[in-house]
Design a protein around this ligand. Sequence first.
Ligand code: ADP
Ligand code: MG
Length: 249
Amino acid sequence: MTSSPALNSEPPRLEIRNIRRFFDGRAVVDDVSLQIRAGQVTCLLGPSGCGKSTTLRMIAGVEMQDEGEIYVDGKLICDTVYRVPPERREIGLMFQDFALFPHLSVADNVAFGLKGPREEKRARVEELLRKVSLDRYIDEYPHQLSGGEQQRVALARALAPRPRIMLMDEPFSGLDNRLRDGIRDETLSLLKEEDTAVLLVTHEPEEAMRMADEVALMRGGKIVQQGAPYNVYTRPVDKAAVAFFSDVN
Ligand code: ADP
Ligand code: MG
């Protein structure tokens, strides 16, 4: 990252403040605050059921928080009364079930969220497919690609409109073990080339250690520890964190 004071004084790309979400009277996301910077991968790490996906859905705008505010580039996009709709949040999404459109070619899948002149869209599609090393498949259809290749097309599609923020919910968990490390590394290098801020959700400590610049450890709806991956891993905040890290997930 740059050390320019002007850039460092920029507001965080994404900030969530004191977010709460209740289901059946229970806070499944309980007073979560987090800041995410451009050029960084922030990992929301925690066991299944701790509230990671619910947090992501509120940021994406497909679910509304009961308390708290969300800011992008320092501007309020959502509190309990005001709400920018999901399609105007400039947020890219990637989930385990990355569902390409089966009836569209690879090129049309990647171009799906793009606006503007045809030549510009085509240039962006070609650029991204080159970056994920799939340019030779530009006119193929999803079913002609392997799972790992489809995953890379989904990544290209999510990045195509140059989102301010990328939200990734366990995007690698459907992949074969042998493929996973390679795809994680490739994804990381592509994300670093794009001007986006990444919030990656995972229940696997190993994935957080491999990919994150910053880790937020979540449990029971709360962030219980936050910091550089190495520090969080080597100095767990309590016994439950030790147990979580030593568990073979
Ligand atoms: P994670 O992604 O960390 O596995 P989730 O955010 O999916 O966790 O879920 C957190 C908790 O909220 C879980 O106990 C889950 O059962 C509950 N939950 C999530 N969505 C709903 C819903 N729509 N209605 C009721 N409970 C929900
Ligand atoms: Mg989840």
